[in-house]
Design a protein around this ligand. Structure first.
Ligand SMILES: O=P(O)(O)OC[C@H]1O[C@H](OP(=O)(O)OP(=O)(O)O)[C@H](O)[C@@H]1O
Ligand code: HPA
Ligand SMILES: [Mg+2]
Length: 182
């Protein structure tokens, strides 16, 4: 285990197993045109890669990049789009793929934005769901694991851009970010 990690919450094996279950469930979505699967960068990159390899429905992929945490463990409250989608979503069914729903601000902002662009439907799949962090009302249609209120890293989740590469999800030792500016 990485020395900055306090405890492992979900092991690589548990994540692999759960992603396969989620992919089965998501594969039963019925759409007229291929589902547009949108990965929310950067955090979703590992989950997106694992999920799409297990999906069995017709799909297209696109990516959007947002940022609201920066080098902090708390949301700035402002969701910035750093890279937008490349293709229109008008009239299309979209699946937003996220690593975590915490305050809910990112997904609420993205869902509203895609609906305003004329998407026919917007569903959400998130590897992790932290309901205790919520400040806006939103819940993922597909959630891998419900997690407690700690700041987590690994499997795409970062603190100040570090730890995304860890194959498991763990609780970051508070001493790592104590004293850092929020
Ligand atoms: O529900 P919320 O409170 O909005 O938090 C969830 C969002 O925060 C993180 O992204 P971040 O802004 O850190 O960008 P990143 O994906 O590049 O790490 C995470 O990947 C989600 O997109
Ligand atoms: O717990 C978290 N860890 C990393 N990034 C995050 N973005 C929202 N919540 C988290
Ligand atoms: Mg982040």
């Amino acid at each position: 285990m990485h020395p900055d990690i306090e405890s492992i919450l979900c092991s690589r094996e548990q994540i692999d197993h759960r992603v396969q279950e989620m992919a089965k469930e998501i594969s039963s979505i019925q759409t007229e045109q291929p589902l547009i699967v949108v990965g929310v960068l950067k955090g979703a990159f590992l989950f997106m890669a694992d999920l799409v390899r297990n999906l069995t429905l017709p799909l297209e992929m696109d990516f959007i990049a947002t940022s609201s945490y920066g080098a902090s463990t708390k949301s700035s409250g402002v969701v910035q789009i750093l890279k937008d989608l490349e293709r229109p979503v008008e009239g299309r069914d979209v699946l937003l793929v996220e690593d975590i729903v915490d305050s809910g601000l990112t997904l609420s902002y993205l869902r509203d934005s895609l609906l305003r662009r004329g998407a026919n439907s917007v569903r959400i799949a998130s590897a992790f769901d932290k309901p205790s962090g919520r400040t806006v009302k939103i819940s993922p249609d597909f959630a891998g694991f419900t997690v407690p209120g700690h700041f987590l890293v690994g499997y795409g989740l970062d603190y100040a851009e570090r730890y995304r590469e860890l194959p498991y999800v763990g609780v970051l030792k508070p001493s790592v970010y104590a004293g850092a500016q929020d």
